[in-house]
Ligand binder design. Structure first.
Ligand SMILES: [Zn+2]
Length: 96
């Protein structure tokens, strides 16, 4: 499993220690001592306009097919910035 650390923290170690006076093993030890962070990939989706009628707009999630209905004048991204499937929604295809 991959482990993630802050790039800034590594830069800070390099700045504090200098590369000429620090052995490779000490540098590895310093980097290994940094706290790791849990990272999950972001699933990106979009609300695609499925139907537009006199009273409402129906949008469908590009990732799972979930449908949401909004009255005219409401911003789908403001109401549903994330779908229930976890996808982070973008404006692509989400406006009329
Ligand atoms: Zn979805």
């Amino acid at each position: 499993m991959a482990e993630y650390i802050k790039r800034r923290s590594v830069h800070s170690i390099i700045e504090q220690t200098g590369t000429l006076t620090f052995t490779r093993s000490k540098m590895h030890k310093q980097v290994d001592s940094l706290p790791t962070t849990d990272v999950v990939p972001v699933i990106r989706g979009s609300w695609n306009l499925l139907r537009h009628d006199r009273f409402s707009d129906v949008f469908q999630c590009s990732e799972c097919g979930r449908k949401v209905s909004l009255t005219h004048g409401r911003d789908v991204l403001e109401q549903f910035p994330y779908c229930h499937c976890g996808a982070k929604m973008s404006a692509e295809g989400g406006s009329i």
